[in-house]
Design a binder for this molecule. Structure first.
Ligand code: AMP
Length: 281
């Protein structure tokens, strides 16, 4: 059976009411489309734990900065829908911008503390855009569980806190990062990379893994992180936003690795910004 595509909040709610009325659990997989195996891992995890899975495809304008790639962001709904169907999804919510942000829209969700480091420094307003749209999607769908990737680890923690603080009764589930054969975290933006840039990009997870392994001995992190930044530059990364050791719950920087430490990085290859993270202990 072809999966249903709905474009309005009313139709989404009617479809999910139907599932829940039949006593079925429902999982939600929010995406911006341009799907790859990382997104499908979320759908697979959702299908494993919920009877029904609804995916959303919405390129959320409010999480893009003025100089970011909103206009160029890849869009291919027919391909995305076919992939979601093959992954066992039951429903796709693909609204237009006006459905999500009608005229007069005036509310923003801001999660303080977790958003002032890492990508929060380099992408002002990004996490407000994310928290606002995800709060809306969770309220619109009213699902049992919603699935997000650890690839965007800061985003996952921001969403967890937002859902807890706003008493949204949906369980937030994190799914491990899906990687290419050389370790590069899958991302819709990887398609921007030229072959030469793609070869350089694969070095980011390798450096992170090496530094994470080295840091598990409990020595101060700063010298090794500085060395890693120099190595990334020497390898061809054009700009390094950050390489930082943080506590994975608070996302605050820490000087020496301990339980729950995680290494976070954001760096450009050419004009493409890559992010990744790696657990330390
Ligand atoms: P996006 O379409 O990039 O906004 O991502 C939608 C969801 O897919 C987010 O929860 C991401 O964290 C997740 N995701 C993206 N790439 C990966 C990946 N390589 N592995 C696991 N999850 C991912």
């Amino acid at each position: 059976m072809a999966l249903a595509i709905v474009r309005t909040i009313a139709d989404l709610r009617a479809a999910i009411r139907g599932f829940r009325g039949a006593g079925e659990t429902v999982g939600l997989v929010p995406t911006m489309g341009a799907l790859h195996q990382g997104h499908l891992a979320l759908a697979t995890a959702a299908k494993r734990s919920c009877k029904r899975v609804a995916a959303t495809i919405f390129v959320n304008p409010t999480q893009f900065g003025a100089n970011e790639d909103l206009a160029a962001y890849p869009r291919d709904e027919a391909r995305d829908v076919a992939m979601l169907q093959a992954a066992g999804c039951d429903l796709v919510f693909a609204p237009g911008v006006g459905e999500i942000y009608p005229a007069g829209f005036a509310t923003e969700v801001k999660v303080t503390g977790l958003t002032e480091h890492l990508c929060g420094i380099f992408r002002p307003g990004h996490f407000q855009g994310v928290a606002t749209v995800v709060a809306k999607l969770l309220n619109q769908a009213q699902c049992d569980r919603a699935f997000f990737g650890e690839k965007d680890f800061q985003q996952l923690q921001v969403i967890r806190r937002m859902a807890r603080d706003l008493d949204i009764p949906t369980e937030i589930v994190g799914v491990p990062t899906v990687r290419e054969a050389d370790g590069l975290a899958m991302s819709s933006r990887n398609r921007y990379l030229t072959p030469a840039e793609r070869a350089i990009a694969g070095l980011l997870p390798r450096f992170l893994q090496q530094v994470a392994t080295a840091l598990s001995d409990g020595a101060p992190a700063a010298p090794r992180i500085d060395a890693a930044k120099r190595a990334l530059s020497a390898a061809g990364f054009s700009k390094i936003d950050y390489v930082e050791l943080c506590d994975e719950k608070s996302l605050q920087p820490i000087a020496v690795a301990g339980k729950g430490s995680r290494l976070f990085a954001a760096a450009y290859v050419g004009r493409t910004r890559l992010i990744d993270n790696w657990p330390v202990l």
